[in-house]
Write a protein that binds this ligand. Sequence first.
Ligand SMILES: Cc1cc2nc3c(=O)[nH]c(=O)nc-3n(C[C@H](O)[C@H](O)[C@H](O)COP(=O)(O)O)c2cc1C
Length: 295
Amino acid sequence: MKKKLGLILVAAVVCALTACNQENAQPKTGEKAAQPEAAAPQASKSLVVYYSQNGATKKLAEIFQKAKNADMFEIATVTPYPSTYDSTIAAVGAQRESKQWPALVNPKADLATYDTVYLGYPIMFGSFAPPVYTFLDSNDLSGKVVVPFCTYGSGGRKASAAELKTLEPNANVTLAYGISNKRITAENGAEVATKEVEGFFADLATGKTDEMLMGGFTDQRPLTAEDSAVFATATKDYAYLKLAPLSVATQVVAGTNYLFVCTTSGFNRPPTETMVKIFRPLPGRGEPELIVMEK
Ligand SMILES: Cc1cc2nc3c(=O)[nH]c(=O)nc-3n(C[C@H](O)[C@H](O)[C@H](O)COP(=O)(O)O)c2cc1C
């Protein structure tokens, strides 16, 4: 597999092995009781559970945590993945092949008091990173609202959410949020993601589906020279995907969304058809950027 996935790969990263954020913990015994007129702090009803190898998903998890004033639970592996990209690919490949999911420091989360679980993960091999399978095997999400969120090189949001629905048929798995590694690790990444996550919560509240979010585009049409230029700029760091655009649809927002039907033949695979979503900001507000590639 090619070295570059458009990722920023940090050399030696070991996930912090803290399992719980105690920010929302109850007052310690012996602490002064709250004044009668002060409203008692509401126990948090939502929990952000996440795995992150190199920090991008952790950054996103913190945005979800802040937005929902949720408790946090980090999925941490007993043995961290190796420090290089190629060796992580080999380790994850072997785990997927054998379905031997990695042991976790704290496999079980106390989910009893939570009705909503925000589940965050990096996409690896098109779906969850393996530690998430261990988490799902070790915990019962039945009856919970489960909101998936992920970071990725080029895509995997929809496919991973669909797999989560299959693995957790008794949970209410909602629309998923995803953002590319490139966008969330950019200088303004936290700001961009925070704004998008706000919009995502609005979409969740109004019961939007992926199909509804795809509404409002024109019909697909042949590319103009301008479309080709937009495509070339937005995909310049994704040469490994070997994308060839076939047609395009657009949607005017504050800027323009483009939906390119393309073939992809990266990783020595035969060409398959895929969709590439690109956002072009209003003039003077930045370059067109790849948002996601998925079917
Ligand atoms: C072993 C491995 C496999 C990956 N597979 C994919 C993939 O199939 N699709 C994709 O878009 N990104 C893939 N990525 C990129 C990660 O999803 C992306 O870099 C993510 O933001 C990493 O999150 P983290 O910093 O929280 O670990 C892969 C990365 C690694 C290390």
